[in-house]
Design a protein around this ligand. Structure first.
Ligand SMILES: Cc1ncc(COP(=O)(O)O)c(C=O)c1O
Length: 409
């Protein structure tokens, strides 16, 4: 037999969050080392539990969840999602505008497969959640990264976006609140993004999975603005969200995409999306039953994101401790579950940030993710997941500080 090689379609596809750095962590674990994994935003291993009502609802529905469902999702879940957006001003949203998937991840891939033709350019933030970049490449498109400006709270640089639009640009991806930076965009920025899409006839793809994870401080009370609410009826907008983060059920795999704007112009695309939904039969049915309960019931997330709540206390502490390390600066995250600090190149000569992460892992048994893994332009950042409790975070950031001391110029 000939060697079996991966398809050429994967040539430009990377997903470093779980790539070579994780392989090295697993190798060290196999040798008996205990590794603190701060590389993915997986809530359960850090002691976060799903709200009881969600588990109860799934258990209750399990006997009736044995068959395939409608490929777009069960009616009650799609209705609950539609009503969620209706209550946020998108009054035209109907059950037919909602597709349920095995997490936002599956829907990002499905939407891009249905939308992108070879050579289409899709604008994606840098830094990004790298699935977006990988999925555009896999669909035959060209990811074009626009700069988010660290010196301006990591807000998207609207001028940079505008300068990167060509006749091949078809869509603008917005990740708000942002992974990895934790930025929560102001109304002005969101309106600016929508305005660009409107003027250049771009489809908006809004990944809003962290919409309920927002942190106020003395200076800022962040408000999440749905891109779709400003897109009105003349910009097609696809809004992605789900249960993984705010409801702490990453493993259940429950997410959705909601279509808004001039839907009559998108009929052909939606037929393609439905075709792809049909081809994979349906999303995991038991988890679909959790959606209505989650969206309608008591929002326990609100306890975690205020002073005294674990998400709040952990991210604030992590950011403070990171900033105390010489040569490390971390912009205050106002949402999501991550810090994305910068390592001053004058102090730390890092040419290959993946190698930096591997060296840190070997030396201190802590796994973080390198900034270029999020398609950041320079090798001078890393992302830290702020899910461990404050004691573990203190220990972890202490060890990162010790390691940095050893490589200081
Ligand atoms: C911005 C963003 N979008 C999507 C996802 C994937 O979410 P899901 O668990 O719904 O597939 C993540 C997970 O970390 C994320 O950070």
């Amino acid at each position: 037999m000939r060697p079996i090689v991966q398809s050429k379609k994967l040539q430009h596809v990377r997903y470093d969050v779980r790539g070579p750095i994780l392989v090295e962590a697993q190798r060290l674990e196999a040798e008996g080392h205990k590794i603190l994994k701060l590389n993915i935003g997986n809530t359960a291993p850090f002691g976060f539990e799903a709200p009881e009502a969600i588990v109860a609802d799934m258990v209750h529905n399990l006997p009736d969840a044995q068959g395939y469902s409608d490929s777009r999702g069960i009616y009650s879940a799609r209705t609950a999602v539609a009503q969620y957006y209706q209550a946020r001003g998108l009054t035209d949203t109907t059950v037919d505008d909602v597709y349920i998937g095995n997490g936002v991840s599956e829907l990002i891939s499905m939407v891009l497969q249905a939308f992108v033709d070879d050579g289409n350019e899709i604008l994606i933030p840098a830094p990004d959640y790298p699935l977006w970049t990988g999925a555009v490449s896999l669909s035959g498109g060209t990811p074009v990264h626009y700069r988010c400006d660290e010196s301006n709270g990591w807000n998207p640089d609207l001028e940079d976006i505008e300068s990167k639009i060509t006749e091949n640009t078809h869509a603008l991806v917005v990740i708000n609140p942002n992974n990895p930076t934790g930025a929560v965009y102001s109304e002005e920025i969101v309106r600016g993004l929508v305005d660009i899409a409107r003027r250049h006839h771009l489809v908006l793809m809004a990944d809003e999975i962290y919409e309920k994870i927002l942190y106020a401080d003395d200076a800022v009370t962040p408000v999440h603005h749905h891109v779709a609410t400003f897109a009105e009826d003349d910009v097609l907008c696809l809004t992605f969200s789900g249960l993984s983060k705010a409801y702490r059920v990453c493993g259940y795999r429950a997410g959705w995409v909601m279509v808004s704007g001039p839907k009559h112009l998108a009929e052909d695309f939606l037929e393609g999306l439905t075709l792809l939904a049909n081809m994979r039969m349906c999303a995991n049915v038991p988890a679909q039953h959790a959606i209505q309960t989650a969206l309608g019931g008591y929002q326990s997330i609100n306890e975690l994101i205020v002073p005294g709540g674990r998400f709040y206390e952990q991210i604030k502490l992590a950011n403070r401790l990171l900033n105390e390390i010489p040569g490390v600066t971390s912009v205050e995250p106002h949402g999501a579950l991550y810090c994305f600090p910068r390592l001053d190149p004058e102090m730390y000569a890092i040419e290959d940030d993946q190698q930096f992460v591997i060296d840190l892992l070997r030396a201190k048994k802590i796994l973080v993710t390198h900034g270029t893994g999020f398609n950041w332009f320079e090798p001078d950042h890393f992302r830290l997941v702020t899910l461990p409790d404050t004691e573990v975070l203190t220990e972890a950031i202490g060890r990162i500080g010790e390691y940095l001391e050893t490589i200081r110029r």
